[in-house]
Design a protein around this ligand. Sequence first.
Ligand code: ADE
Length: 314
Amino acid sequence: VGMQIDIVSVFPEYFDVLNLSLFGKAQSKGLVSVHAHNLRDWTHDVHHSVDDTPVGGGAGMVMKPEVWAECLDDLLGLEPQAITADSDTATAIETNTTDESGETDTADNTGDADETGETDTATQNSTLDGTLTDTPSEARRQTPARNLETVLIFPNPSAPLFTQRDATELSHAKRLVFGCGRYEGYDARIPAYYQAQGVDVREYSIGDYVLNGGEVAVSVMLEAITRLLPGFMGNPESIVEESYTGSEALLEHRQYTRPAVWRGMEVPDVLLSGDHGKVDRFRRDEALARTDAIRPDLIEQLDCALLSKADRKT
Ligand code: ADE
């Protein structure tokens, strides 16, 4: 069976587009199965309200924890638990994210690392005040290929950036549950609670700009993740060489097709030479130069040990 994907939103119709195109095909092939749920189905009041004013004041509305919890408990098959003042949340969280032997938690879907023998470096950690914090980039760099079970994901503009590395890691999960926040966000206890229950919880921003809600961000993450599933793409090779893939993240070299001269503009000679070594070198130089010019932050993150002598000259 394929990857199971649940999306919770107050606008579930937004995800009707997933029945189209490549994603629709992947669903009929059984690679993925997607269900979009309406959060309001878990309300009990006549107004089906899902939000309330922020505690401490401020503009806008914040999504209430109770409705989210009823919904997520249902989807994750969890019983409601009270986090008591003396229950050591911090310890529970640490046990769940670093313990290989697992079996300590109440949830049946903790994504125990499948005896990879590696330290299960969770990419995000929860702190006692219920915020998820980014781990140092060093730890993120060496994310082991682990078989994730269920991962609960909340898009959030104030979270760590979602990268190709995260997409790759999450493409190995059995099940993804996305919670789309609306308005000014959601109560911070929601992700913290599920993390304390042993669930693998992530919060991600898709970029340094603010959207009206999580729906678009979830679509972006979903596309980045699912296109990596074996059999999803028509041509699997097209995902091997592209930007941000592999051990280094470089912008891709530019592409050309025929004609060799178009409106007086020429395709670079070397690409027509038929000399594969030269073509590779040209493309690699261009990738390095363009990345240096456009995204110097990516060059800084490069593992210098992976650069050849010729690379260094560029
Ligand atoms: N919700 C609103 N803006 C967002 C962003 N940039 N990334 C993820 N979720 C968001």
